[in-house]
Design a protein around this ligand. Structure first.
Ligand SMILES: [Zn+2]
Length: 254
């Protein structure tokens, strides 16, 4: 039975539930979905040290950005009396333009967060990670130069490998992000709201789950290769990982 869920129908629950069951070990930095990490004393499956608490892998900024995207998308447009002030050429409802900006910020934060955790797991000397990020300020430098210098791998090669193992098409998700980024820049730097296609805010919401999965897949893959060096065992989770969003975690509301 296909129980896939349309993310646009989730209105009565916060969307940060999507990232609320990814955990990281404070000691060995392994990332997984072992929700027993919340139990004090629970041993880490990798290093064996007892858990002091359940530490979310995704920081609170990412939770907030996801919830803000959801709120902005579902905001009601202006009332009828105000509608006459809206330009006919304005295809994207004004409040949904914020979804575009938030989606780009989310991607930037996800990439930064991934690289910071990768460098932490690689045990770079103190201060080196900050200097490397300062030397590579923008996304293209961070994934085009910094990532290969840390791992010896090309970002695109890992992307292709991850897509081949997933039900989600990460290559298309990244291409979509680059289109959104261009549109966001046209709007922010030139005020050109027509650069934002009418369907783009909706597509940002639909690409949220693949974007989160992509970020998680990268850290898992890199942890396997360079930190843990063991095949990853996907832990039990109420949200199935690496697959389209399904109804088990959320109740659609209309
Ligand atoms: Zn550990």
């Amino acid at each position: 039975m296909d129980n896939s869920l349309d993310i646009l129908e989730i209105k009565g629950q916060r969307l940060n539930l999507l990232v609320a069951d990814f955990y990281i070990c404070r000691y060995c930095k392994i990332v997984d979905r072992d929700d027993k990490r919340g139990l004090v004393g629970h041993p880490c499956s990798n290093c064996g040290k007892p858990s002091p608490d359940g530490m979310w892998y995704f920081p609170v900024q990412i939770h907030s950005l996801i919830n803000l995207m959801q709120e902005q998308y579902h905001l009601q447009p202006p009332t009828n009396t105000q509608k006459r002030y809206i330009l006919e050429a304005e295809e994207v409802p004004t409040h949904q333009i914020a979804v575009i900006i938030l989606f780009c910020t989310l991607w930037e934060v996800l990439i930064d967060h991934f690289l910071v955790n990768l460098m932490s797991a690689l045990k770079l000397p103190e201060g080196v990670a900050e200097r490397l990020l300062a030397d590579h300020k923008y996304r293209d430098g961070r994934i085009g130069k910094l990532f290969p210098s840390l791992t010896g791998d090309k970002w695109a090669d890992i992307m292709a490998e991850l897509t081949s193992q997933s039900e989600l098409d990460f290559i298309e998700t990244e291409k979509f992000y680059l289109r959104v980024r261009d549109a966001r820049n046209e709007f922010l730097h030139k005020g050109n709201s027509w650069a934002i296609a009418a369907q783009m805010p909706e597509q940002c919401l639909r690409n949220l789950w693949p974007s989160i999965n992509l970020s998680f897949s990268y850290i898992i893959t890199m942890s396997q290769k360079y930190v843990v060096k063991i095949p990853h065992r996907t832990p039990n989770s109420h949200i199935r990982w690496n697959a389209p969003l399904r109804c088990s975690s959320f109740t659609p509301s209309r």
